[in-house]
Design a protein around this ligand. Structure first.
Ligand code: HPA
Length: 242
């Protein structure tokens, strides 16, 4: 039965779902890597597709779904919950962008988010009296990390921070995050890992650094975003079929 936010029927989603933030990017990814990609949901423009993986390698010919998560933890939390709870999804791989915090990172580098800090209350409310550790699935992270060794762009594995605000930052917070080795900032991963823990399912975020917050430099052009997200997509597919 369709859910309040997903119009698909049971069985329409593959066991693994890749989730970029942008629904249009979900469509482009589906056209790029799936055979027979067909739409399975379009509620509120959060487009979702299922098809068979075209590329040679692990997972070739197997069903894979790709759906936009929207921006922010509230949006990701809704879709991840409904995919796990109502559609039997086993694995979700976020394929998104992040702002660099660590000076080691450059625009275009990739990040495998092993853990996600957050100032949000979404995970704090899960374990009374305990600070939840939002962690990636190790099998999926290991598969992405193994393939990362063959990529031309540097790939980093470590923690990110998932914030609620894009345009507001708490004074001093960025420096503290940098001092604690946090690689990058984005807005969805902590919620995804929290929901995965709730349902005992697997999740991973693979992020492309699209801008840098502590180093001056350029942001990615639209064309660069397209090429660079293909690296993240390769790692995400490896994780989906690990
Ligand atoms: N902040 C939050 N999310 C982001 C950023 C950022 O700078 N860049 C890409 N996603």
């Amino acid at each position: 039965m369709p859910t309040p936010h997903i119009s698909a029927q049971p069985g329409d989603f593959a066991p693994a779902v890749l989730m970029p933030g942008d629904p249009k990017r979900a469509q482009r990814m589906a056209e790029a890597i799936l055979d027979d990609a067909h739409p399975v949901t379009d509620v509120r423009g959060a487009l979702g597709f299922t098809g068979r993986l075209a590329a040679p390698g692990p997972g070739q010919g197997q069903l894979l779904s790709i759906m936009g998560s929207g921006m922010g933890m509230a949006s990701m939390g809704i879709y991840a919950t409904e995919l796990f709870r109502f559609y039997g999804v086993e694995r979700i791989v976020r394929v998104g962008t992040a702002g660099g915090i660590s000076p080691k990172l450059e625009v275009g580098h990739l990040v495998v988010a092993v853990g996600a800090h957050t100032p949000s209350s979404m995970n704090e409310s899960r374990l009374p009296g305990v600070h939840f550790s939002a962690s990636a699935d190790l099998t999926m992270a290991a598969a992405a990390w193994a393939l990362a060794q063959t990529e031309s762009e540097p790939v980093w594995a470590g923690s990110v921070v998932s914030t609620d605000h894009f345009y507001f930052s708490v004074p001093g917070q960025l420096a503290a995050l940098e001092n604690h080795g946090v690689l990058a900032v984005e807005m969805e991963t902590a919620a995804l890992y929290g929901v995965a823990a709730e349902f005992d399912r697997a999740a991973l975020s693979v992020l492309t650094v699209s801008d840098h917050l502590t180093k001056s430099g350029r942001e990615m052009s639209a064309a660069e975003r397209e090429t660079h997200f293909q690296g993240a997509l390769r790692l995400a597919v490896a994780a989906a079929f690990a």
